[in-house]
Design a protein around this ligand. Structure first.
Ligand code: WQD
Length: 340
C-alpha cells in the first residue's frame, strides 16, 4: 500500500509516517516546510531504517501536485497539510481560508483525477460547538469560534459532499483532541516556530530553561482545581489511530468522523505536576487571567473509535510528559551541537 502524507514533516504527520512505514506502508511525504523542517525526513528514515521519499511542494501548485501523483501510484492520502494556529487565524482569516480550503480542494481534484479516492483527514475537536456538553460525541453539533476551526468544519463538509456525490470516495475524519508527547527515541517531536501557543511545548521550554515561567491562563474555572481541563493524547497513540483508520477505510465508501482522544481530561496543574515528576524540579508558574475563547473543560467520548477502529489510547500522561521531556533535551543537545 502506497500512501501520500501531505504535511508529513509536521508534528502529527512525522509520527504517523514512522508508524505507517514500520507497519509496511510505502510512505511519500509532501510538504512545503512552512511550519516544519526538512531535517525531520532524515530522522524518520533513521528511526525506521527505511526510505521516506519527500516532495517539497505546496498544494496550491496544481502542476507540481499532479506531477507527484503521476510519479507514485497512491492507494490513499493522509491529509495533514494546513495552517493550524488558532490565534493567527483570527488575525489572518483570508490566508487561513485560502491555504486550508483551496489547498484541500486542489488535493481532492488531483486525487479524483488519478482515481485515488481514499482520504484520512486531520480534523480536530475544535469543530464542535463551544456550547456542547462534555464528553463530545461525533454526532454533536459542529461550529467553530475561529477561522482555523471553521476551515476544519468546512473541509469535513466538503469531504462529506464529495463522498455523497461520488460513491467511489471514502474519507475518515479524525477529530484530534490535544496531541502531545514525542517519539520515544527523542528524535522527533513537537517543534513549533517561535513562542508556543499550546501548553505542553510551553511547559517543555520552561523545564528546559528556554522560557522563564508558565502562565496559567485562569484558575477560576468550574473544574476540580480551577484550571482548564483537556483530553491529552500521546502523539504515538494518535499515529496508530491513523493506521487503524487506513485499514478501516480500505473497502469502505462514505465519510466517517471519529474522535481520537483518551476520554479522560487532565487539568493544567495536573499536567504541570506530571512534568515536574519527569524533569525532576518544580516549575515556576504564575496564574494570569483566562485566555479569550478558552473553554473550562474539553474531552472526548472515545467509544466509536474503540468499537469501529479497534482504537484505544494506551499511553498515559506520565509517558506523554516523559517522551516530551526526552525530546526537549535531545533538541537542546542538537541545538547546542549546531551552535558550536
Ligand atoms: C490547553 C490548556 C489553556 C498554554 C488547541 C487548539 C485546538 C487543538 C489543540 C488543533 C488550556 C492552558 C495553555 C499556556 C495555559 N489544535 N494553557 N498556558 O486550547 O485546548 O487547543 O490545541 O487542532 O484547535 O485550540 O490547547 O494547549 O493551547 O491549551 O494555561 O501557556 O492549557 O488555557 O486550558 P487548546 P492549549
Amino acid at each position: 500500500m502506497s500512501v501520500l502524507l501531505t504535511g508529513g514533516a509536521g508534528f502529527i504527520g512525522s509520527h504517523t509516517a514512522v508508524v505507517l512505514i514500520e507497519s509496511g506502508y510505502d510512505v511519500v511525504v509532501l510538504d512545503n516546510f512552512s511550519n516544519s523542517k526538512p531535517s525531520v525526513i532524515g530522522r524518520i528514515e533513521q528511526i525506521t531504517g527505511k526510505p521516506c521519499p519527500c516532495e517539497e511542494a505546496d498544494l496550491s501548485d496544481g502542476p507540481l501536485v499532479d506531477a507527484v501523483f503521476r510519479r507514485h501510484d497512491f492507494d490513499a492520502v493522509v491529509h495533514f497539510a494546513g495552517f493550524k494556529a488558532v490565534g493567527e487565524s483570527v488575525e489572518k482569516p483570508r490566508e487561513y481560508y485560502e491555504n486550508n480550503l483551496i489547498g484541500t480542494l486542489r488535493l481532492i481534484e488531483a486525487m479524483t483525477r488519478r482515481g485515488v479516492k481514499r482520504m484520512i483527514f486531520s480534523s480536530s475537536a475544535t469543530v464542535y460547538r463551544a456550547d456542547n456538553p462534555v464528553p463530545y460525541y461525533e454526532d454533536f453539533p459542529l461550529g467553530a469560534t475561529n477561522p482555523y476551526g471553521w476551515t476544519k468544519v468546512m473541509i469535513e463538509r466538503i469531504l462529506c459532499d464529495v463522498c455523497a456525490a461520488d460513491p467511489g470516495w471514502g474519507a475518515a475524519l479524525l477529530r484530534y483532541f490535544n496531541p502531545i508527547g514525542a517519539h520515544p527515541s527523542g528524535r522527533i517531536g513537537e517543534d513549533p516556530n517561535g513562542i508556543p501557543n499550546n501548553l505542553l511545548p510551553y511547559v517543555s521550554k520552561v523545564a528546559g530553561g528556554e522560557l522563564p515561567l508558565l502562565h496559567i491562563f485562569g484558575d477560576d474555572y468550574d473544574t476540580p482545581d480551577g484550571t482548564g481541563v483537556r483530553d491529552y493524547i500521546h502523539v504515538m497513540d494518535l499515529a496508530r489511530g491513523h493506521l487503524l483508520a487506513l485499514g478501516y477505510m480500505r473497502d469502505r465508501r462514505g465519510a466517517f468522523p471519529f474522535n481520537l482522544g483518551t476520554g479522560k481530561g487532565y487539568s493544567v496543574r495536573e499536567v504541570v505536576a506530571a512534568f515536574e515528576k519527569v524533569c525532576g524540579r518544580a516549575l515556576p508558574v504564575r496564574v494570569d487571567p483566562r485566555r479569550p475563547g478558552d473553554l473550562p473543560s474539553v474531552y472526548a467520548n472515545a467509544d466509536r473509535a474503540r468499537k469501529e477502529l479497534g482504537f484505544t489510547a494506551r499511553l498515559g500522561l506520565d509517558e506523554m510528559c516523559a517522551d516530551a521531556w526526552r525530546w526537549q533535551k535531545r533538541r537542546e543537545e542538537a541545538d547546542g551541537a549546531t551552535a558550536e
